[in-house]
Write a protein that binds this ligand. Structure first.
Ligand code: G6P
Length: 363
């Protein structure tokens, strides 16, 4: 096992550090440099969806929620994202022009599979976005896009989500170009940024880990965290909170930062830290004003942010600046590393957290 971990203490850490390769592998053979086009021949028979229903569980659900922001804004496709266990029993209205996108790392999650079967029984085409080749969901789907992350061993999903984000971005560009919503220049600029991301991450990962270690020691006694994000950073806030819960057993909740005033703000005090995504993007002024509210109640803040922004918090955590849809690829490993370092410092069983399974094949 030690050899399989490639010198890392845990599979989770190894998989976090594999993310530059994961992005490269997900892009493999899918980008046409000349024309700036995305190639997804596995979908060529399918017209651009008029509406998309994304169905998934756990971390894959968070990836889907992130995809919503891109698919609507860049590809102009109306999107609904559904927790599979709710979708399957809701008797959902599925218009005939809809397409279902089932996201599952393992391709074996029972609730997601039930969503696939429901969609098929209503005559909707189903695309499976899976990691495991030949898995049940990939076999049941009409079309399959593989996220190509390689085997994920750690129960808590890390690199698989990175590959799902990458695949969702490729889908967005693929459909955005076909519908004429995106032009060559827009597509090429995003693809260049995405192709450059593995190098950016390789440079950044060691210092992200060092900062995660420092913060974990500082916050090891905390019993609860509030994760805040806005826009496409909102699903990342949900994922950051999920990772912390899963492996360190510390309570955390993820919230859309604009919703904080409708409840969680009542919890803020000096012993209840906030972990915010405050990046250099269109949402920054709003996020900043939410954080001022936290500070007014003596709440401490860790903020994933970019150099040069006017933000005064206890723990600014600088990440490389990336153009809008790409910032997730640097934020995600920071969130994962923080959860990892907290769990490791607290002596938890990182790769096999209590009560959790890698893939949930029962209800
Ligand atoms: C389990 C795993 C999670 C995963 C979820 C969905 O709960 O512990 O890490 O996100 O299932 O799994 P899937 O294989 O469908 O992506």
């Amino acid at each position: 096992q030690a050899a399989e971990k490639g010198g890392f203490k845990h599979f989770m850490l190894k998989e976090i550090f594999e993310q530059p390769k994961v992005i490269r592998d997900c892009l493999l053979g899918r980008v046409d440099q000349q024309s700036g086009q995305v190639r997804l021949p596995e979908l060529d028979g399918l017209p651009v969806p008029e509406r998309l229903h994304i169905v998934a569980c756990g971390t894959s659900y968070h990836a889907g929620l992130w995809g919503l922001y891109l698919l609507e804004k860049l590809a102009g496709i109306p999107v609904q994202v559904e927790i599979a266990s709710e979708f399957r029993y809701r008797d959902p209205i599925l218009p005939k022009n809809g397409v279902v996108l089932a996201i599952s790392q393992s391709g074996e999650t029972m609730d997601t599979m039930a969503g696939v079967k429901l969609a098929k029984s209503r005559g909707l085409p189903v695309i499976g976005l899976c990691n495991v080749v030949g898995s049940s969901i990939s076999r049941e789907s009409d079309y399959v896009v593989y996220s190509q992350a390689g085997p994920e061993i750690s129960v808590a999903s890390t690199k698989a989500m990175c590959s799902q984000l990458c695949a969702l971005l490729l889908l967005t560009l693929y459909w955005g170009r076909r519908s004429g919503r995106l032009d060559t220049a827009q597509c090429t600029a995003i693809l260049r940024g995405l192709q450059d991301m593995p190098r950016v991450l390789e440079d950044a990962l060691p210092s992200l880990r060092a900062e995660a270690q420092r913060l974990a020691r500082h916050y090891a006694e905390a019993t609860s965290f509030l994760y805040l994000g806005r826009g496409p950073s909102y699903p990342l806030a949900l994922e950051g909170a999920l990772k912390l819960k899963e492996i360190s057993y510390i309570h955390a909740e993820g919230y859309a930062s604009g919703e904080m005033k409708h409840g969680p703000i009542a919890l803020i005090d000096p012993r209840f830290p906030t972990f915010a995504m405050a990046l250099d993007d269109e949402f920054f002024p709003k996020v900043k004003s939410n954080l001022v509210e936290v500070q007014a109640r003596a709440g401490e803040i860790i903020a994933l942010t970019n150099e040069g922004l006017d933000l005064a918090v206890e723990h600014p955590w600088f990440v490389p600046k990336a153009q809008a849809p790409l910032s997730a690829f640097v934020v995600l490993p920071a969130l994962q590393l923080f959860a990892y370092e907290m769990a490791d410092y607290l002596g938890k069983d990182v790769d096999q957290p209590r009560n959790l399974a890698k893939s949930v094949t029962v209800e």
